[in-house]
Design a protein around this ligand. Structure first.
Ligand code: SF4
Length: 368
């Protein structure tokens, strides 16, 4: 079993998976209310009292940099609603060092006083915009507000400032033509449109049976676009998560699929998910928690990263991991206590990384 930082990183590389990256959930709040997300229905589980600080984000990123991690992604909720978003971005950019990819998922309806230029100046290098229809009324029905024209203006700003842009568009049967119109933006614009299968989790469970449509079905309908389309490498697009991207002949941009419902890509997973209060998980939906706050307090972040790398390595060999997903849709935002009796994996073994002995103990999001 690998025991050092170098060995663990090398063992991960040997799996052929893309190197891990940091995927921060900065908040659970949003001023919109998408039908498959519904943040307004959810109680805010007190994370405002215990969020990671700017210094914490910078320290986590600095430690990650020593593990050769070169990307940090911020999502929410709506991350731009954080008053300190520019400082968070700057802390991550400083921590990971020059040349790192610092990105964000946003609905693009930026609050007054915030601009893409300010985000870029803070260190943002790419922007993923959520856009599910170009029609203002239909978009508002899906997203509970917002204006796709504002999102498109944010998109233009991002491209003109040299940011890489991806568009996240969730596929729903009722809004399939809307999704195709969004995808067609890539005909003229150098953007990667990601068509995302609906996942049967959280509020989307109520829609799943009627609205789910698979990647295969969508590809069939778009066969004219994909006939002869060349595959675009994820490296070229700055994409490190699973998925395949194609550029139809003559198009400026590309279309990809994120198909976690019909084609689980768990064995490729490389996201270190970190909740607003600093609970790290080696998978977005997994229940193996590593509370980074205690590691920050003890100056043992290296042990936490050793655990995370080992946990990601384990997933292909550990029976307890195989196919087991405790669907903690709300836990990832610290919005709820882990339900009593919910199954959990055994503790990770303590690793010796040449530094301090680990003080890592697993705790539920509500206990730290
Ligand atoms: S914009 Fe994002 S965070 Fe806000 S409701 Fe929609 S999916 Fe949820």
């Amino acid at each position: 079993m690998p025991t050092t930082r170098h060995d663990l990183a090398a063992a991960f590389a040997a799996t052929g998976r893309n190197h891990p990256y940091l995927a921060f959930t900065l908040n659970s709040l949003c001023n919109l209310d998408c039908v498959f997300c519904k943040p307004r229905c959810m109680p805010d589980y007190g994370h405002k009292d215990r969020p990671l600080t700017i210094t914490d984000y910078a320290a986590i990123a600095a430690e990650a940099g020593t593990w050769k991690i070169r990307k940090a992604h911020c999502s929410g909720g709506e991350p731009t609603l954080r008053a300190d978003i520019l400082d968070v971005i700057a802390g991550l950019a400083d921590g990971l060092g020059s040349g790192a990819a610092i990105g964000m998922t946003s609905h693009g309806n930026l609050r007054r006083g915030l601009s893409v230029e300010k985000l870029r100046d803070a260190g943002l290098t790419y922007l993923n915009l959520s856009l599910h229809s170009l029609d203002p009324e239909r978009s508002a029905t899906i997203m509970g507000g917002g204006d796709p024209r504002t999102t498109l203006s944010t998109l233009d700003d991002a491209l003109s400032l040299g940011l890489q842009v991806k568009i996240n568009c969730v596929l729903q049967r009722t809004y399939l033509d809307d999704a195709f119109a969004v995808a067609e933006l890539a005909r003229e614009l150098p953007v990667a449109v990601r068509l995302i299968e609906l996942q049967n989790i959280g509020p989307a469970q109520a829609l799943f049976d009627t609205e789910f449509i698979s990647e295969a079905d969508v590809r069939d309908r778009l066969h004219e676009w994909f006939a002869g389309a060349g595959e675009v490498s994820r490296d070229q697009l700055g994409v490190r998560s699973p998925g395949q991207y194609f550029r139809p002949d003559g198009w400026a941009g590309s279309i990809g699929f994120i198909s976690n419902s019909s084609c689980a890509t768990c064995s490729d997973a490389n996201r270190i998910k970190i909740t607003p209060t600093g609970v790290a998980r080696p998978c977005i939906l997994h229940n193996r928690d590593i509370p980074l706050k205690s590691h920050l307090a003890d100056d043992t972040l290296d042990d936490a990263f050793a655990h995370l790398f080992q946990a990601m390595l384990d997933r292909n060999t550990n029976d307890a991991w195989q196919g087991f997903h405790y669907v903690d849709y709300d836990l990832r935002w610290d919005r709820m206590e882990r339900p009593e009796g919910a199954p959990v994996l055994p503790l990770l073994p303590v690793l010796t990384t040449g530094t301090t002995q680990s003080s890592c103990t697993r705790a539920s999001a509500g206990e730290q």
